[in-house]
Design a protein around this ligand. Structure first.
Ligand code: ADP
Ligand code: MG
Length: 594
């Protein structure tokens, strides 16, 4: 197939007019019969790189996917685009499986989704030899590597199976793989090194925001007020998820449900299904939630506490905005998150301690930076991004940067001189000379550090103490006091500087705001609202989530262009031949009436 034919097929099947990023590069290799590993961030459009070849090539593309829920989501979306697809899983009925096998053998399928454990079954290999396989697509391919974050031993059985069909190209796909894991995936799946295609990590439509946790319910409710669409809040413990879900529901009147591994399986499944189908629900979850959720219209991901690494943070925030629309990633942090993480280092086995400690430092760097958050993230993944992105809190509202080295020396020496056992409140009283009975009793009003911080600097003490705890120069004692840690000695000796970033004052922040985050849904446009209502009705009728019918971006384009004929409607992004056929008349009618 030539390039223009592929573009025609792209438009006919998916209603898209152009490839995104490295999609074309990946598809070209597949069409040339070459094996590849594509590392593309979440939302980059990995599925299309095997689905489009699957509809154009003879035979069936066998897709290996680790989770049944994920498979069924994909199946549903593929079928909605008129792609002939089926799955073979333990969750399907015998009848369904029999039909799927018949269709596969008679060449009536573009896509066949299977779980990795099937690869080890001799009769599956036999089945493959009786059908015509065009491509092996291995989704979430990092599962094959012990270096990856989600090793699945069954993935190791894929190589021998695929080796039995040497003429069939392989396409491995993942969003998360460092250099080490990539090399391992190539080896484990028998893909040549020159088949590696890596797209950048940037998710430009996600706006990163990091802020100190003050009143969590109020902060999250404010985010929800600003983002009416679906969202995920990650909370550190099961109890916290339930607690927050209840408070947020009460504060906002919206549907907010909890999700964690301790809930009964049927409650979990029901909450997850409700979330996937919803246009405005918020899920408060532990990190157990998310893998296997391909919901494209998640408008925000919030962290109620500091994630364990930059990698986890990137992966979890990556669940926002797969559809490319503007989305927010909000991280609410507190010094105690870092204190707790550093405290836990003691329990980590010696060999892994340095690595864990570096992960905490990297998170502290993200929290404390006055520079571009995106640039910091991308540099972490080995990229060389521009200094500013224009779509993170620090780029939009530059924080004040203060050299607090001298003040830090005062603070640290007060901690030292009072015996490294008092909490911040006491230290603050000593430093500002506020004194009280306890200060006097301990004789701390006679220390050289008593009253050495004047009123003008005193407002900096609290953010400074937080910053010092985030970087580990101050560590908590068992009894809630503060002690010196990390580089405290270097700071005291004047060998290390302490710069702190201060959140901008609200009145300043509104000025000079640049917004590069992409489109958002119009508020109060009657046509757009009517199109959404129709989409909701059709989704209900078909038993699929609304986004399977059309994405928001497609409805927005319809509302703006007001197409008056089927052929004009077919030009809207996301309207392929099948959907035009199935829903075209209904949407045209709504456009006419509004
Ligand atoms: P990934 O698996 O990489 O996270 P998906 O395959 O789920 O991403 O695709 C994410 C979204 O991007 C989907 O909703 C898909 O319809 C959309 N998409 C993919 N390719 C294109 C394209 N070329 N043009 C427009 N939208 C696209
Ligand atoms: Mg995917």
């Amino acid at each position: 197939m030539t390039a223009p034919d592929l573009l025609d097929q792209l438009h006919a099947t998916f209603g898209f007019t152009a490839f995104r990023g490295v999609q074309q590069q990946v598809i070209d290799r597949v069409m040339a019969g070459q094996s590849s590993l594509a590392v593309m961030p979440t939302g980059a459009g990995k599925s299309l790189t095997y689905q489009l070849p699957a509809v154009t090539m003879d035979g069936t593309c066998v897709v290996i996917s680790p989770l049944i829920a994920l498979m069924h989501d994909q199946l549903r979306s593929a079928e909605a685009n008129g792609i002939r697809a089926a799955s073979l899983t333990s969750a399907d009925s015998d009848d369904y499986r029999e039909t799927a096998i018949d269709r596969f053998r008679s060449g009536d399928l573009d896509l066949l989704y299977v779980a990795p454990e099937r690869a080890s079954q001799p009769h599956f290999r036999e089945l493959l030899s009786k059908a015509r396989v065009s491509l092996f697509a291995i989704d979430e391919a990092h599962c094959v590597s012990e270096w990856g974050h989600d090793f699945r031993p069954d993935y190791r059985l894929l190589r021998p199976l695929m080796d039995a069909f040497p003429a069939v190209p392989r396409l491995a796909l993942t969003a998360t793989a460092d250099a080490h894991t990539r090399a391992d995936i190539l080896a484990q799946l028998g893909i040549p090194a020159d088949g590696l295609i890596v797209a950048g990590f940037d998710r430009p439509n996600i706006r990163y925001r990091v802020t100190h946790r003050e009143a969590i319910t109020r902060q999250l409710a404010a985010l929800m007020a600003e983002q009416p669409g679906p969202g995920i809040v990650y909370a550190p413990t099961r109890k916290r998820t339930e607690d927050l879900a209840e408070k947020l529901a009460a504060a906002t009147g919206r549907t907010v449900l909890p999700y964690h591994a301790g809930l009964p399986a049927e409650v979990r499944a029901a909450n997850q299904a409700a979330f996937v189908a919803s246009e405005d629900m918020v899920m408060v979850a532990t990190v157990a939630f998310g893998m296997g959720i391909d919901k494209p219209d998640v408008r925000f991901v919030a962290h109620a506490g500091v994630p364990k690494s930059i990698e986890s943070y990137y992966q979890e925030t990556g669940r926002a905005g797969r559809d490319g629309d503007a989305s927010v990633a909000l991280l609410l942090w507190a010094a105690e998150d870092f204190a707790r993480a550093r405290h836990r280092l003691g329990e980590v086995e010696e060999g892994r301690r340095a690595g864990e400690s570096a992960r905490i430092d990297a998170m502290a760097g993200l929290v404390e930076t006055a520079g571009c958050r995106r640039a910091l993230l991308l540099r972490h993944f080995g990229e060389d991004p521009p200094e500013t992105c224009g779509n993170c809190d620090n780029c939009l509202e530059a924080p004040g940067i203060v050299d607090a080295t001298t003040l830090a020396q005062k603070l640290l020496s007060a901690v030292y001189r009072t015996g490294q056992s008092y909490g911040f409140g006491h230290i603050e009283k000593v430093l500002t000379g506020a004194g009280d009975e306890r200060v006097a009793q301990r004789g701390h009003d006679r220390l050289s550090v008593f009253g050495i911080v004047n009123a003008e600097e005193s407002y900096l003490l609290r953010p400074l103490a937080r910053a010092l705890q985030a970087r580990g120069s101050l560590v908590p004692t068992e009894h809630g006091g503060l002690a010196l840690g990390g580089d405290a000695k270097s700071v005291l000796k004047g060998d290390a500087a302490v710069m702190i970033a201060l959140a901008p004052k609200p009145e300043r922040s509104r000025k000079g705001r640049r917004d590069r985050s992409g489109a958002v849904n119009p508020v109060g446009d009657p046509l757009f609202d009517a199109l959404r209502t129709l989409r909701r009705d059709l989704a209900l009728e078909a038993g699929v989530p609304p986004y399977v019918i059309f994405h928001d971006s497609t409805l927005r384009e319809m509302a703006a262009a007001r197409p008056a004929s089927l052929s004009a409607l077919g030009e809207i992004g996301g309207v392929g031949a099948r959907k035009l056929d199935a829903y075209g008349e209904a949407f045209l009618k709504v456009i006419q009436q509004n």
